[in-house]
Every structure is written in structure tokens, then in C-alpha cells.
Design a protein around this ligand. Structure first.
Ligand code: ATP
Length: 306
């Protein structure tokens, strides 16, 4: 089991009467890509700012790489990089000039690192073009290049795919996947669009109104959003045996209310219902279900309001 490198315990952040975070607990495992998903104003940026030490929690605590004291956290943060809100860059300077300025400010001695990060984010050929003429995607990629200068082990990225076109989203997604796989970089990334994060994250944390409304792995999300048949028969125990042994169903699950769910054999439903009927488990309900990512998101973040 991978090590927990960050843990938020009972975090609350209050701005006046507004609770941006309300008793939030979550963990980040080393090597994971965690998606922090929620609508505007949910508290995602605030959570990331607390991680970065940009705001102090009103209550609760965080631990990063085992450190909890302010001094210890400062040290842990040297292993991390943060892209929170619009990445800052000097508009009249080129990508290379901006990175060179940041390299000196951060005290990174290796000049070659600029070429490496420009290559990683695919900005090598922007030449003399000043940042003011960059597209949104190029700006986001420059922000990532800046975050990569110090070879971080753990990146905190606030909506880095915000405003990108589908091609730009795929590009950033592939880049982050590569960093995670090849450099073993742990990533926490926020978005208000679940489908933008799908195919990227290993874990998802849903936030709404400063609270965590759900946490699940990518496998669990895939399971939640795939197609299945819900089956209820006159004898579900018998039905379960028929489905497994006669019909060869491997994806079988019992629901909380005692019904059955099957995830495979969906194209053989006629044959399956006949087998159930003949075996003495007459079906009384057979219902195809499919939840897409956006429906799932709405349920998770707005379940109590719809
Ligand atoms: P978005 O997707 O719009 O960036 P978010 O999920 O990142 O939203 P936050 O920016 O963390 O949400 O804001 C959470 C709540 O806290 C919002 O209601 C916001 O108005 C409030 N808030 C954030 N920063 C401040 C601040 N400095 N002063 C007062 N209220 C704030």
C-alpha cells in the first residue's frame, strides 16, 4: 500500500461568516493522481491554498510528508510545486525568459532545466513570441513548465485545464499522466468538470459547499458509471446461482435492497431471463441502467439539492 504523503484533518476555513471549508478530511497517497471535483465556490482553491501555506486554516491541521509544524511544512513544500489560480507570467517576456527569471528566483543552478521543461510541455518552438500573444493553452503549459523547474515530487494544480479546447485537455492530460508514470510525480488536480479529469485520475474527491460529498477510486467510478442490469426475481438466492453457474456471469453483485446487478452478459438478456424462469427464479424486474459521468457528478455534488 502506497504511503500517505498528505493528510487534511478536520480542516475548516472561514472567511467572515462564509465557511469555504467545513470539517474536511482527506488523504493523498504517494504516486496517485487525485481529482478534486466540485462546482464553483465549492472550496477547491481554498483547500489547495491551505496545502500551499497561502492561507491558514481556521480549525484543523494538515500533514505533508509527515510534517505538521509550520517549519516542517515549509520544508515539505520544497518537495512540491503549486499552480493555483491563473499562472503568473510577465506578459512582455517570452516563455524562455519567464522561466529563466523563475529559475534564478528559485535558486535552481541547472540552466539546462529550462530546455527540459520547455520540451516536456511542448513549448520549445515559441521563440520570440511574448506571453501576451499566447493562447490559453500555451499559458497553462507555461504555468506547468514553471511548476516543473524544481523537479517536484508532488504537484498541486488548480484547474490547469480550465478554458482549454478538447485538444488542449488531451495534451495536458497526457503530459500529467507521463509525469506520474515516468517521474512518479504525485498530483492533486481540481476541476468542476468530472469528464475532464476522467481517464487521468486514480482517485476522486467530490466537494460541494466546503464539504466532501464522496471519495472513490477510478475503478469504483468506472463501476458506478458503467451499464448494468438490475434484476429482481421470486428467489434471488437461486437466481444468483443460476447466473453464476449456468449463465457464466462473472460481474454479479447484490444490491443493498436484496436485488441483483449484473455487469456482463448484457447482450444475452433474453437467454438469461429464460434460464432464470426455467430454474425457478422467475424474474419480476429486469431493468437496464446506465449512469454517465455528468449524471454521477450531479448526484455527488448536488444530490441533496436535486
Ligand atoms: P472555483 O471553481 O470557482 O475556483 P472553488 O471551488 O475553488 O471555486 P474557493 O475559491 O475555494 O472555491 O471558494 C470557496 C468559497 O470561499 C466561495 O464561496 C468563495 O466566495 C469564498 N472565498 C474564497 N476566498 C475568499 C476570500 N479571500 N475572502 C472571502 N471569501 C472567499
Amino acid at each position: 500500500m502506497a504511503e500517505i504523503i498528505m493528510e487534511a484533518k478536520a480542516l475548516t476555513k472561514q472567511y467572515g461568516k462564509q465557511k469555504a471549508l467545513d470539517n474536511v478530511n482527506f488523504k493523498v497517497r504517494e504516486g496517485s493522481i487525485v481529482g478534486l471535483v466540485g462546482p464553483n465556490g465549492a472550496g477547491k482553491t481554498t483547500a489547495m491554498k491551505v496545502m500551499g501555506g497561502l492561507v491558514f486554516p481556521t480549525e484543523g491541521s494538515i500533514s505533508i510528508y509527515g510534517e505538521t509544524s509550520e517549519k516542517g511544512l515549509c520544508h515539505s513544500r520544497t518537495r512540491m510545486s503549486f499552480v493555483i489560480e491563473t499562472p503568473y507570467a510577465k506578459e512582455n517576456m517570452t516563455a524562455r525568459e519567464n522561466l529563466e527569471k523563475q529559475r534564478i528566483q528559485k535558486g535552481i543552478p541547472d540552466k539546462k532545466r529550462i530546455d527540459e521543461v520547455l520540451e516536456i510541455v511542448n513549448l520549445t518552438d515559441t521563440g520570440k513570441k511574448p506571453v501576451k500573444n499566447f493562447s490559453m493553452g500555451m499559458r497553462q503549459r507555461l504555468g506547468l513548465a514553471n511548476a516543473l523547474l524544481g523537479k517536484p515530487e508532488f504537484m498541486v494544480l488548480d484547474e490547469p485545464i480550465n478554458g482549454l479546447d478538447p485538444e488542449g485537455i488531451v495534451e495536458i492530460r497526457e503530459l500529467l499522466k507521463k509525469l506520474n508514470k515516468e517521474e512518479k510525480t504525485t498530483i492533486i488536480i481540481s476541476s468542476h468538470i468530472l469528464s475532464e479529469l476522467s481517464l487521468l485520475c486514480t482517485d476522486y474527491i467530490f466537494v460541494d459547499h466546503g464539504r466532501i460529498t464522496g471519495e472513490l477510486s477510478s475503478e469504483e467510478l468506472e463501476r458506478e458509471c458503467c451499464e448494468y442490469f438490475r434484476i429482481n426475481t421470486v428467489n434471488n438466492e437461486k437466481a444468483s446461482a443460476i447466473l453464476t453457474h449456468e449463465c457464466g456471469i462473472t460481474g454479479l453483485e447484490a444490491t443493498e435492497d436484496g436485488k441483483l446487478k449484473i455487469y456482463d452478459g448484457l447482450d444475452r438478456i433474453e437467454e438469461i431471463s429464460t434460464a432464470l424462469y426455467k430454474g425457478g427464479a422467475t424474474p419480476i424486474e429486469l431493468c437496464r441502467n446506465a449512469v454517465n459521468l455528468e449524471e454521477y457528478y450531479m448526484r455527488k455534488v448536488q444530490g441533496d439539492r436535486i
